[in-house]
Design a protein around this ligand. Structure first.
Ligand code: OAD
Length: 236
């Protein structure tokens, strides 16, 4: 693996799986136990806000029981060396990248530990439940929703991501099934824009055939090994 240039890493639920955060589409995944349209759409929130709140309150509470794993730590170590030459774009709404020490993380699908006021638009760091209708700290209205990008909504910061992909010399996808767009299309965009592309995933994803290289295995092993390889190449 060659050194130098800018690196964009896209992460998905698979990187947090070994920390104990459930994925979506695996046999024991969240979408096996819940219908997407019941909990992860603006329509569900409009019709059954308590059901949606309970789903995300449970996931937010579960964050207190999990810790970053060696894959998150390896990306934080890589950022210590690459600095601004590394951007982690995550589809995950957990905070495990940050807790491992990563600073340059873009949460394109929102964040469990953020609440978004539907009255004044303020976003507030949030650690507690939302189902009981707490007041927005900015305007006082009980209008806080989970700050999650639901199906049918536009992911955060697409401009920022497109700029990063345009500058990237290496695009690495970690632990995502590549079933959900626009993230699933980043590999094609990165390739067209001249980046080398690498997939690190437990098994084949919907986009495996598009990558220059695919490695299969658990993220806790694959990611530290790849980071060591990259850092060794940059020292050589
Ligand atoms: P998925 O559940 O669709 O895919 C998880 C991927 O991680 C699968 O390809 C697994 O094989 C892989 N995987 C599982 N365990 C792993 C491990 N230990 N090491 C490496 N890989 C592993 O999750 P995402 O691709 O993240 O969006 O899903 C994308 C989006 O769909 C999510 O952000 C979410 C969901 O609906 C919203 O909620 C808006």
């Amino acid at each position: 693996m060659e050194a130098g240039g800018k690196v964009v890493v896209l992460t998905g639920a698979g990187i947090s799986a070994e920390s104990g955060v459930p994925t979506f589409r695996d046999a024991d995944g969240l979408w096996e136990g819940h219908r997407v349209e019941d909990v992860a759409t603006p329509e569900a929130y409009a019709h059954q806000p308590h059901v949606v709140h309970r789903f995300y309150d449970a996931r937010r509470a579960a964050l207190t029981t999990v810790e970053p794993n060696p894959a998150h730590h390896a990306l934080a170590r890589l950022e210590e060396v690459l600095g601004d030459d590394l951007l982690v774009v995550t589809q995950n709404v957990d905070d495990l990248h940050e807790r491992a020490g990563s600073l340059r993380v873009h949460h394109m699908h929102g964040h469990l530990r953020s609440a978004w006021c539907q009255s004044c638009g303020a976003r507030t760091v949030w650690h507690d439940d939302l189902a009981h209708g707490p007041a927005c700290p900015s305007c006082g209205e009980p209008a806080l929703r989970p700050d999650i990008v639901w199906f049918g909504e536009i992911p955060h910061g697409m401009d920022l991501i497109e700029e990063a992909l345009a500058e990237a010399t290496l695009f690495v996808s970690i632990g995502t099934s590549s079933m959900v767009y626009p993230a699933a299309g980043f590999v094609r965009a990165a390739r067209l824009l001249g980046a080398r592309t690498l997939e690190l995933n437990l098994d084949r994803s919907a986009a495996s055939s598009v990558f220059d290289e695919t490695r299969h295995g658990p993220a806790s092993l694959l990611v530290p090994a790849w980071v060591e390889e990259l850092l060794a190449a940059s020292r050589a």
